[in-house]
Design a protein around this ligand. Structure first.
Ligand SMILES: [Zn+2]
Length: 159
């Protein structure tokens, strides 16, 4: 593996801009995390998922996970495992509030999702995940390097 990080492929910003005197000057590629120093981050200390959401004696998802806003299906049963991990997620794309969450459904591969969408690239290490239908909340994150995905228990519903 190379140490060099790839720029996200769908970044369409130009690398150069023409300044007033006709000289090409490099401009910084703007890839900003929506979490900034102005973001209010709260530690949620949410309760973990109920035992019924997992198959007996395992951490494997037994229910279907849906968007809590529009009911779109996000993960089908058996396609994810519960993990405990500290991940800070903004409430939505343009929110100045974020929560530090604890319980996540882990998916090794994007193919394990039923439906999910990326928000715009936010930096070189990760992207945020949102509902493919309503895009109203940030529900998880995707690691660009490892391709791993985490969906927040606190931001979904089970059926
Ligand atoms: Zn939705």
């Amino acid at each position: 593996m190379s140490d060099q990080q790839q720029q996200p492929k769908d970044n369409q910003l130009p690398e150069y801009t023409l300044s007033g005197d006709g000289v090409n000057e490099p401009i910084e590629i703007i890839i900003k995390d929506v979490i900034t120093e102005k973001t209010t981050i709260t530690k949620k200390n949410e309760a973990g998922p109920h035992d019924e959401t997992m198959l007996p004696n395992s951490k494997t998802l037994s229910k279907t996970i849906h968007c809590r806003r529009c009911n779109c299906t996000v993960i089908a049963p058996k396609n994810s495992e519960l993990v405990e991990k500290d991940i800070t997620l903004p409430l939505s794309k343009n929110s100045d509030t974020a929560e530090e969450l604890r319980y996540f459904w882990y998916l090794k591969d994007m193919m394990q999702f039923e439906n999910v969408a990326f928000t715009l690239n936010v930096n070189q290490t990760h992207k945020y995940l949102t509902c493919a239908d309503c895009e109203s909340e940030i529900i998880g994150m995707h690691s660009i390097q490892t391709k791993e995905n985490y969906i927040a228990h606190d931001r979904v519903v089970y059926k």
